[in-house]
Design a protein around this ligand. Structure first.
Ligand code: FES
Ligand code: FE2
Length: 450
């Protein structure tokens, strides 16, 4: 591959045909760093992770290490974690509270806003000629706070965040991801991080729409185990999916054909059945839990008061390009946020954090957290199943002769929107590969922009 102009032939998303070259080729990978990761709005964290001045987290934007920090004036900044002297990382931990950052190589120090504040032996060695104003840390061009979710873009010409997300994506994010009507979310301390085989797009496309693998092969052992526990009346964690047929589940799509796509799997469009399941469980947890489950149900119904369809939540999702979601259909399940960072064509690194509904009683939060750790988590029983597949896909695709024959993304082709209408975006049959086709539509659009 030498020319990204060729991409149109191998990413035929309209016909559900995408060649695996885009998951293996070095040239595609390099072009993607510039055209997708340097131009997109990328999620870098949540404001709850940096509440006080001096609070910071580290993260990545593509392969670029960044520091997300609240400065002394309360402003959230995103700084490139790379010393302007000789390129060492200036922040070595993934979260904390500091007064500034001091480089471990020669000791240059930087303020919370990235300005160079001092260099050891400055007067003696630089003779008063070091232009400190010119040698601060690089600041990422744009930062946005969307209902607590922090996004940043390297591109000074990136569209406003409202435009990038589009109206229907914003509606779903605000109401069903970030819990705005419920009082917002609380982040739990710590990142869970792991390197894993497979191009980052393979994981992104899995979260945006691959519910096929959940029922058909990969996770059947998990589903069987859940069913067995439930039959025996044993209430344990691991109940991390809504069910299969009752209530009916849909694939949700927002941003289709317009903005950065946001796809959701297993959208529960009938708010009553899962609400009742939650209420039953809440009764075992005590009156506070019951009150919370009833309260949040009232709030969610207010959000959709004038809509013919009343969603309760969804299981999995992805906001383009690389923020995966899981566990958004019940207050008894913590909300997983996962970033799939590229690490070369055939590897990615997942950075995962957990959030719970801020105003929920502690007993609900405690259960919600356990379920994250036992489910879609590297120490849980779901995520390792996925990794095994990605490992084998890398092995099967390593040889360039295997890159041209397109893969099949044709599930529910032509039936994409055959679901209830009246909500922002669209609902269609689940499982489907509509959201994956939309993912590659937008990816190709970005790759082709000059
Ligand atoms: S590399 Fe940071 S002070 Fe020299
Ligand atoms: Fe999976």
């Amino acid at each position: 591959m030498t020319d990204v102009g060729e991409l149109r032939d191998i990413v035929d998303w309209q016909n559900g045909l995408v060649a695996p070259m885009i998951h293996f080729d070095e040239d595609v990978y390099r072009a993607e760093a510039e055209r997708v990761f340097d131009r997109s709005w990328l999620v870098v964290g949540h404001e709850d992770m940096v509440r006080k001045p001096g609070d910071y987290i580290t993260n990545y934007m593509g392969e670029v290490p960044v520091i997300v920090v609240r400065d002394a004036g309360g402003q959230i900044r995103v700084l490139v974690n790379k010393c302007s002297h000789r390129g060492n990382q200036v922040c070595l931990f993934d979260r904390g509270n500091v007064k500034g950052f001091t480089c471990s190589y020669h000791g240059w120090s930087f303020g919370l806003d990235g300005t160079l504040t001092g260099a050891p032996m400055e007067q003696m060695l630089y003779r008063g000629e070091l232009d400190k104003a010119a040698w601060g840390l690089e600041e990422v061009a744009k930062v946005a706070n969307f209902h607590g979710l922090l996004l940043a873009s390297f591109d000074p010409a990136a569209p406003a965040i409202e435009e990038w997300l589009g109206e229907d994506v914003r509606w779903w994010l605000e109401n069903f991801v970030l819990g705005t009507p419920l009082g917002g979310l609380e982040s739990l301390p710590g990142w869970h991080r792991y390197r894993s085989p497979g191009n980052w797009k393979l994981v992104s496309e899995n979260f945006i729409g691959d519910d096929y693998h959940v029922y058909s092969a990969t996770h059947v052992s998990w589903l069987a185990m859940v069913a067995e526990f439930m039959e025996k009346g044993i209430r344990i964690p691991i109940i991390t999916y809504p069910g299969t047929t009752d209530p009916p589940l849909y694939e949700g799509s927002a941003g289709s054909g317009r903005s950065a796509p946001f796809g959701m799997g297993m959208v529960v469009a009938d708010n009553d059945s899962l609400y009742k399941r939650d209420l039953l469980e809440a009764q075992e947890l005590g009156p506070e839990a019951v009150e919370w489950v009833e309260y949040r149900q009232r709030r969610l119904l207010e959000v959709v008061a004038d809509r013919p369809v009343k969603p309760y939540g969804f299981m999995n999702g992805l906001l383009f390009p690389n923020m995966g979601l899981m566990g958004f259909f019940s207050p008894m399940l913590g909300r997983h946020f996962q970033l799939f960072h590229p690490r070369g064509p055939v590897e990615h690194e997942c950075w995962q954090w957990t959030m719970v509904e801020r105003d929920a009683p502690q007993v609900v939060k405690d259960l919600a957290v356990q379920r994250v750790y036992q489910g879609q988590h590297m120490a849980g029983i779901i995520a390792p199943d996925d990794v095994e597949n990605f490992e084998r896909m890398v092995e099967a695709g390593r040889a360039p002769r295997n890159w041209r024959r397109p893969l099949h993304y044709g599930l529910q082709f032509g039936h994409e929107t055959e679901g209830p209408t009246g909500l922002p975006g669209s609902l269609g049959p689940n499982p489907s590969e509509f959201n994956q086709r939309q993912f590659y539509r937008f990816w190709l659009e970005m790759m082709e922009r000059s």
